[in-house]
Design a protein around this ligand. Structure first.
Ligand code: FAD
Length: 362
């Protein structure tokens, strides 16, 4: 295998593969993706995969998410069917007292051009007839949706490979050295050299950063999801808590737990998830549950994406974020612009690693 590359991406999840694909549209040769397992083995293979703008706060982060959601229809045209559905998103509330909070959210979004409607009980039930009739209302946004994460990564990889990107899987990066202005990336299957190095290791970003003496403050946050048997299509919207996939399965849950890298599923969270699902959609009470799984989110210390150049290091880039499914088309586009043109069409300064202060280098 070729050992010299223009760009190496460490991590082939939705973020790394998204970057590799977008880069490959601008230059056809010289990109290598290294993954210690395979591209769906990390968080990208254990996600709800909503393409979600609704409820993101503050509004500048919602705006950033909106730009990415807007790219999805074009992405499907370019790389193939990723089962993206702009279903619209519903966030139900069950107390009339929550209506004021919902109205405030709608108002703050209106200023940045995202339309959030605060629905009455009747409007919710008209849109989503299987919702609990005790619902008080919901916020609704037409831009939300969901995607099949497995197809998304598969299509990114296929399109990237057609454009000349190489993948090396089951190949863990163990050491990174900087020599003569180039990066030497040492892996289980040998050493590779590159000019540009992109760190897209998701929840493992901290340990990859350590190899370069760069502190990438990403923590782990577990999420558990329950999956029903395939049911006839009956849910119209992506609901903040559950969604029905194209094959009829209902994916329920969105827990956030500090459990390190432990991917166990636990009865307490399964029980809370089932209660939430039944409160939202009482008909699910009789659904057969066929599996439960968990994933480990990459959660930057302040909750916002870490994107762009690593300060003080030439040709070194980082992309570590939660909501990577929502953000991957935008992250791929912007990192490609940054590497190829030296600037981005949408400012990403606020997402720089530098916001964590002077201590990014050990
Ligand atoms: C329960 C749950 C629900 C979620 N729901 C949503 C949602 O609805 N919408 C949304 O947008 N996001 C959601 N997310 C978050 C989203 O799934 C992630 O942000 C996204 O998958 C992260 O992609 P990634 O490519 O950064 O990470 P990963 O998919 O984890 O990819 C990182 C890759 O790096 C590789 N790697 C790590 N270390 C090394 C090394 N040393 N050498 C080589 N390779 C290495 C790993 O093998 C892995 O494949 C959810 C997450 C969870 C857990």
């Amino acid at each position: 295998m070729e050992t010299n590359y223009e760009t190496i991406v460490i991590g082939g999840g939705v973020v790394g593969s998204g970057i590799a694909y977008h880069l490959s549209e601008r230059y056809k040769e010289g990109v290598l993706v290294l993954d210690k397992k395979y591209p769906m083995s990390g968080t990208s293979g254990s996600t709800q995969a909503w393409v979600w703008v609704h409820n993101k706060t503050p509004s500048w982060y919602a705006e950033f998410s909106m730009y990415s959601a807007e790219l999805y229809p074009y992405l499907s045209k370019k790389i193939g069917d990723v089962e993206y559905k702009r279903t619209g998103g519903l966030s139900p509330f069950f107390n009339e007292s929550d209506r004021e909070k919902a109205q405030k959210l709608a108002e703050s979004y209106r200023k940045i051009g995202i339309k959030i409607k605060v629905l009455s009980r009747e409007e919710v039930l008209e849109k989503e007839p299987y919702m609990n009739p005790e619902v008080a209302g919901a916020t609704y946004s037409s831009i939300d949706g969901n995607v099949n994460p497995f197809r998304l990564i598969d299509m990114y990889m296929r399109a990237a490979k057609r454009n000349g990107v190489r993948y090396s899987t089951y190949n863990k990066v163990t050491e990174i050295k900087k020599q003569d202005g180039k990066y030497s990336v040492v892996s289980d299957k040998g050493a590779f050299e590159c000019k540009n190095l992109i760190l897209a290791g998701g929840t493992w970003s901290r340990e990859i950063g350590d190899m370069l003496g760069v502190k990438i403050p990403v923590n782990q946050l577990r999420g558990q999801i329950l999956v029903s048997e395939p049911l006839k299509p009956f849910l119209n919207f992506t609901i903040s808590g559950l969604r029905q996939a194209n094959n009829g399965e209902v994916l329920m849950g969105y827990s956030m737990e500090e459990a390190g890298f432990n991917r166990a599923t636990t009865l307490d969270v399964i029980q809370e998830t089932a209660n939430m699902a039944v409160q939202y959609v009482p008909g699910l009470r009789k659904a057969k549950i066929v599996r439960a799984f968990s994933g480990i989110r990459a959660m930057p210390e302040d909750g916002f994406p870490i994107l762009g150049k690593v300060p003080g290091q030439e040709n070194l880039y980082v992309a570590a974020t939660h909501s990577g499914v929502t953000l991957s088309p935008l992250i791929g586009t912007l990192l490609t612009e940054l590497i190829m043109d030296g600037e981005t069409s949408i400012p990403i300064d606020r997402y720089s690693l530098s916001r964590f202060g002077e201590s990014e280098f050990y």
